[in-house]
Design a protein around this ligand. Structure first.
Ligand SMILES: Cc1cc2nc3c(=O)[nH]c(=O)nc-3n(C[C@H](O)[C@H](O)[C@H](O)COP(=O)(O)O)c2cc1C
Length: 441
């Protein structure tokens, strides 16, 4: 059976995706930038618009990675404003379950779901690191091992709050506003939260907003399989995408769910050209522009575990061994792999090709996912979905705010012609767009 593709748009501006040097590059914080990207996604009949979250600026010994994050307003606030200038597009907010409280988050998501007529989604992230925690905690930090027990209980508690209002609780008829018995008292007692009382926002139009999950560990995958509607993954290559897809989908029956109940959407990038060669040339230029001198130094610092700010990005790698103790880079940019092995590989590559620090980082940076003509990119997107490497994609453009224009104008019509992507929305809610009939419980 031919699968229907799901498409979403990610607002860029972090992780060196954005090409700041391009004269078309606009503000990351003006409402017009958000509006342009969201309205472009809606013109393309995308399922949803996605905002990530970073709760502390990344830094190296106090030096902020200022090219990584230049303005990142709180996502639910931005999405509430976007709900007024869009009509069908889903609105997905990343909200951390480690540094927030269920009552407050459940209220804000229920409110967005009401304001938007059933278009809200919550990307439940679990970043727990102590460095970020300094912004929030009164003392003591969550152990890494507890991040998903807290997230699971957090989500369960939010669901109890949403369910505490019957769908028809508000009657506003016969001199009565609330139907007797329409609102129940909630009482939650658990390891992380003990709360009791009454929720004060009516049940969201979608019942529960759509739940997205973006972890990758075994616990993260189980959390998605048990509790999420969408998983946002980093596995964007064909073979690794298929392996991830098989692994995650095979976990659903353990939780009494069917594989269709969870959509797998990897984050992807793209570059279009008039010919394959033209697109490849443009892709190489974009990769160069994405690695600024400061970005190049911070990547190498992340692997070497040393302050390398005194080194010339256009010069050779430092003649220093990596420091394999705790990294000096803090925040989400911290490198989490085997730094010794990566450093050895990078040194060998730099020597073999005579690369400067910046050239090395450009050479090792992940290539763009889809590079080609509109027709070849449409083919490839469809191939990934029809061969179960994904159910669709979250596109991360490299330009704000015009970065999705060519995708929507040139690639989406080809997918529509193939009959694998909607020509128009068929329902008002995000659950309708995703073809999700029931909520995980
Ligand atoms: C594709 C992807 C996107 C993510 N986006 C965010 C984000 O915007 N904000 C955040 O705090 N964490 C984000 N995370 C981090 C995850 O929520 C999670 O904390 C992290 O991956 C550690 O969990 P894990 O060990 O299960 O992978 C993202 C992870 C992935 C894979």
């Amino acid at each position: 059976m031919t699968k229907q593709i799901h498409l979403a748009a990610h607002f860029p501006g972090v992780n060196n995706t954005t090409v700041w040097s391009d004269p078309r590059s606009g503000s990351q914080i003006d409402f017009d930038s958000f509006r342009h990207l969201a309205q472009t996604a809606e013109r393309g009949k995308f399922d949803f618009f996605f905002l990530a979250e970073g709760l502390r600026l990344r830094e190296m010994k106090g030096r902020i990675h200022d090219l990584d994050v230049v303005g990142r307003p709180e996502s639910l606030t931005v999405l509430a404003a976007l709900s007024a200038v869009t009509t069908h597009l889903g609105l997905a907010a990343t909200v951390n379950s480690t540094f927030n409280e269920p009552y407050e988050v459940a209220r804000r998501l229920a409110s967005l779901d009401h304001l938007s007529g059933g278009r809200a989604a919550w990307n439940v992230v679990t970043s727990w690191d102590a460095f970020t925690g300094e912004n929030f905690r009164r003392g003591g930090y969550l152990a890494e091992a507890d991040r998903y027990t807290r997230a699971t209980e957090f989500l369960q508690t939010a669901r109890e709050l949403w369910d505490s209002w019957a769908p028809d609780a508000v009657t506003a008829a016969d001199g009565q506003f609330i139907r007797p018995g329409g609102i129940s008292t909630f009482h939650h007692e658990g390891k992380h939260f003990t709360i009791t009382g009454q929720f004060n926002v009516p049940r969201p139009p979608q019942g529960h907003p759509v739940i997205i999950q973006a972890g990758d560990s075994d616990e993260g995958r189980n959390f998605a399989a048990s509790s999420a509607d969408v998983i946002f993954s980093r596995h964007s290559k064909l073979e690794e995408g298929r392996a991830f897809y098989r692994d995650v989908k095979s976990r659903l029956p353990r939780y009494g769910r069917s594989p269709d109940d969870l959509k797998i959407l990897p984050a992807v990038t793209y570059v279009l050209g008039d010919t394959q060669e033209d697109a490849a040339e443009r892709a190489a230029e974009i990769r160069k522009a994405q690695v600024s001198p400061q970005t190049a130094i911070s990547f190498v610092e992340g692997v070497w575990g040393r302050d390398l700010s005194a080194y010339d990005p256009d010069g050779p790698l430092p003649d220093l061994e990596p420091d394999l103790g705790p990294g000096v880079s803090e925040g989400r940019a911290q490198f989490r792999g085997d730094r010794g092995a990566v450093a050895a590989k990078w040194r060998a590559l730099a020597e073999e090709k005579n690369l400067s620090i910046r050239e090395l980082v450009i050479e090792t940076a992940a290539p763009q996912t889809f590079v080609g003509t509109a027709a070849s990119v449409a083919e490839e997107i469809n191939l990934f979905v029809q061969t179960d490497a994904a159910d669709g994609f979250i596109f991360v453009p490299h330009l704000t705010p015009g970065g999705l224009d060519d995708l929507v104008d040139q690639v989406v019509p080809l997918l529509q012609e193939k009959g694998v992507f909607r020509a128009d929305y068929t329902g008002p809610t995000l659950r309708d767009h995703l073809g999700l009939t029931k909520e995980p419980s």
